[in-house]
Design a protein around this ligand. Structure first.
Ligand code: DOR
Ligand code: ZN
Ligand code: ZN
Length: 454
């Protein structure tokens, strides 16, 4: 919890659907007042800065376990904190994969006391429905499926999607989809982003979305479905067709698919799904600007920097958790799009998606998880990144905003001249069927007996 009282003064605050010149009073970690001028000490000067709710990143790979040389929850969440992120959803394609209670307990015990953001995890599904049920009963809020890993054709993947979908519907959990259909991926080696995109064409993405729709539509009970990292306006329209069929669907875009095309990309830009052509990128930007996309997320997928040098042998994935807000806000401002919209994509809608009720907006009664950004001309530098993967395709790009201060429940956790303060204030968040609530990091194995005494 932050100091009893604090006033953030002089900022341009995203508040109540507008940007207003206002001071923010925080009491015991919660926003208590937003008004034109609030007196009182202590206060921090945020004159001229853009003040937004911290981001909630629904798609990160913080690795750990046997891949701790790539990233850990400690290093990933510290990077997130420096980027104005206050809560993350960590993906299950770890080594070993998070599809058993045992691995969940190992992940949580590794993160305990070391996490700078609030933290929750998505379950993987190995085909063992009993284990998936246990993970969902413990309170994981989401299940992640990689369509290309489920099977060779639509029929084969449909059964698995349906099993996971029904489990999600029973628990109110989110079904997250990496949409690429294996039967439309091509074998072969790629030396460049262009060749890689031919091996993993847009059609495979569209087809995977159709396969999900076909699998889920007949179900009596459908879960909420979240389509990750869409790469084109066509994918967004395909996704929204599910909504027309009565399936609650949400769409996600990453900064790399939004801002980089295969024509501009370098060797580090190997990622699944691949970067697309400039024409598709333009379409995706229009879809986001036009309000058709729900959330932006980083898909922070770090690998060792030395492995990302030659395209052919490089593992797919890009780090990005600490740059997402800055990159998207910079782009939005240059397009004449208000920070209010960015706050919807980065904070408000992700909070809703995950069932986080006390964050996602700056408003009286909400937790004071607040990021202050200055305006100017800043160069993105790899050496100042906090992630273990100190590379980014956005290196040397000039951006018009920079994170100056981050507050978590009223406590300053990042300050530009000091860096991330050594205060891992992150809470474990678990799903109670309706919302995400803080839980003990000392997670225990559930009893195997179903006949517990009352
Ligand atoms: O490029 C990717 N990297 N796409 C994924 O879906 C996984 C990710 C990773 O974990 O490295
Ligand atoms: Zn993915
Ligand atoms: Zn991912």
């Amino acid at each position: 919890m932050g100091e009893e009282k604090l006033v953030i003064k002089g900022g341009h605050v995203v508040y109540d659907g507008r940007v207003v010149r206002a001071d923010i009073e925080i009491s015991s970690g919660v926003v208590s007042r937003v008004a034109r001028s609030i007196g009182g000490e202590p206060s921090v000067d945020a004159s001229g800065m853009i003040i937004m709710p911290c981001s909630i990143d629904v798609h990160v790979h913080f690795r750990g376990l046997k891949q701790s040389s790539k990233e850990t929850v400690e290093t990933g969440s510290r990077a997130a904190c420096a980027g104005g992120v206050t809560a993350v959803l960590d993906m299950p394609n770890t080594d070993p994969p998070l599809d058993t209670v045992e691995v969940l307990l190992a992940k949580v015990s590794e993160a305990r006391g070391r996490c700078y953001t609030d933290y929750t995890l998505a379950a993987g599904y190995s085909g063992d429905l009993g284990e998936l049920e246990k993970l969902l009963s413990i309170g994981l809020p989401a299940v992640k499926l990689y369509v290309h890993e489920l099977g060779e054709d639509r029929r084969e993947v449909a059964d698995i999607i349906r099993e996971a979908a029904l489990a999600c519907a029973r628990h109110g959990a989110l079904l997250m989809i990496h949409p690429e259909a294996r039967w439309l991926l091509r074998e072969g080696e790629a030396e460049s982003p262009e060749e890689y995109c031919k091996l993993r064409p847009l059609e495979a993405e569209l087809e995977a979305i159709r396969a999900v729709a076909e699998a889920i539509t007949p179900l009596a009970e459908t879960p909420r479905v979240h389509l990750c990292h869409l790469t084109s306006a066509k994918s967004v329209s395909e996704a929204l067709k599910l909504r027309e069929q009565g399936i609650p669907v949400s769409t996600e875009v990453t900064p790399h698919h939004l801002l980089l095309s295969l024509e501009q990309a370098g060797a580090e830009c190997k990622v699944n799904p691949p970067l697309r052509s400039i024409a598709e990128v333009k379409g995706l930007q229009e879809a986001l600007a036009g309000g058709l996309v729900d959330v932006i997320a980083s898909d922070h997928a770090p690998h060792e920097a030395e492995k990302k040098k030659a395209f052919k042998d490089s593992p797919p994935g890009l780090p990005g958790v600490e740059l997402t807000l800055v990159l998207v806000l910079d782009w939005a401002l240059k397009q004449g799009i208000s920070p209010v919209e960015v706050a919807k994509w980065a904070s408000k809608k992700p909070a809703r998606l995950l069932g986080i009720r006390d964050k996602g907006e700056i408003a009286e009664g909400m937790e004071a998880d607040i990021v202050a950004l200055s305006r100017g001309e800043y160069r993105i530098e790899e050496k100042s990144l906090y992630t273990k993967a100190k590379y980014t395709p956005f290196a040397e790009r000039t951006v018009s905003v920079r994170v100056e201060m981050v507050f978590k429940r009223g406590a300053m956790v990042f300050e530009r001249d000091v860096g991330v303060l050594e205060k891992p204030l992150g809470r474990l968040l678990l799903w109670d069927g309706e919302k995400l609530r803080p839980a003990s990091w000392s997670l225990e194995k559930p009893s195997t007996s179903s006949q517990q005494p009352p």
